[in-house]
Write a protein that binds this ligand. Structure first.
Ligand SMILES: [Zn+2]
Length: 329
């Protein structure tokens, strides 16, 4: 099954031409085999691989079984949504939205990208804490020197703070945040442009991050830590940022939420999730980032790509497909 998922198949030039008016062959990825999260890896809770000399650790924080809601995708019907889930080999009883945190080991220290849900974003999530997965993966939380944040949605930052007290989970780590994201959410005027449902989030951000001494704002398009560059991928939130990790001539793009569940939003990059604050900007970023990682053949991780949640993006018809790397459990 895994070997099939990696291979894809090529439609003949004639067939592709007939279907799409194209001259050359067009590759379709066998998405029914490619898009689902691996249940064995979910049970294990972590997955490791290498990019150059850097060890990458994927930590599984759980899956939110999101009830269907016609407002979830602005420009797709529920029937289209269910059909896309099914075509991706997923259940269509609900939308399964997994959370996977990417960490890297640099010498004897760890850099984490986002912090997980902290058990505060969906009842079924928070497994990193509940199952002590950092320890299981051999990560001493005291050795997390840096946490690099893609954006300020709850499933990405609530792992930084305790549920009732807001006490820092990683008080000794430096927390790097995109400057555009920080400025937006901490602006007193944010409530004028933010959907009502997000006001509580903005208040919590304003009550915590500005009071923390270990927060450092980083600009887009810069080296933010050794071998790690920030790449603006705005739209999902005003300052949403991806990160490019380079080691030994190899590169990994930590996409963050450039796309939510790939069976829906890689296959249909023009679908706009209700979570995307500016749907049109997010859509443009999705194409730009996916075109780049396809052209440069980069390894990627996606926060909502399940487990292993790491692999490559390929063109798939008029959209894209996420092709997970082969993982031995
Ligand atoms: Zn997210």
């Amino acid at each position: 099954m895994h070997s099939i998922s990696r291979r894809g198949f090529v439609v003949s030039a004639a067939a592709a031409g007939a279907a799409f008016g194209l001259d050359g062959p067009m590759e379709f990825v066998g998405s029914a085999f490619a898009q689902a999260s691996d249940p064995k890896l979910q049970d294990k809770g972590f997955f490791k691989f290498k990019v150059g000399t850097v060890e990458v650790i994927q930590l599984y924080d759980g899956t939110w079984e999101k009830a269907h809601d016609p407002a979830f995708i602005k420009n797709a019907s529920l029937d289209q949504t269910k059909a896309a889930l099914k075509a991706g080999g997923l259940t269509d009883a609900h939308v399964p939205i997994p959370f996977t945190v990417t960490a890297i080991k640099v010498k004897d220290k760890y850099v984490m990208f986002d912090a997980g849900t902290g058990g505060q974003a969906a009842a079924s999530a928070g497994l990193i804490g509940k199952k002590d997965l950092m320890k299981a993966a051999g990560i001493d939380p005291a050795k997390v020197s840096t946490i690099i944040v893609t954006h300020f949605h709850p499933d990405h930052i609530f792992g930084l703070m305790a549920k009732d007290t807001n006490a820092q989970t990683f008080p000794n780590a430096e927390i790097l945040v995109p400057s555009a994201e920080y400025k937006y959410w901490t602006d007193a005027d944010v409530f004028k442009t933010l959907a009502e449902a997000r006001h509580g989030l903005a208040k919590r951000i304003q009550a915590t991050l500005p009071t923390w001494k270990n927060i450092k704002q980083v600009e887009a398009g810069k080296e933010v830590a050794p071998g790690i560059r920030s790449v603006a991928s705005y739209g999902h939130t005003p300052g949403h940022t991806s990160y490019l990790v380079s080691s030994g001539g190899k590169q990994l793009m930590v996409l963050g939420d450039v796309a939510n569940v790939p069976a829906l939003f890689a296959k249909n990059p023009d679908w706009q999730a209700g979570f995307d604050q500016d749907g049109n900007v997010a859509q443009a970023s999705r194409h730009k980032m996916f075109d780049r990682v396809v052209a440069e053949k980069l390894t990627v991780t996606g926060y909502h790509f399940g487990m292993p949640g790491a692999g490559t993006i390929k063109k798939d018809g008029e959209g894209y497909a996420f092709v997970p790397m082969q993982a031995q459990v």
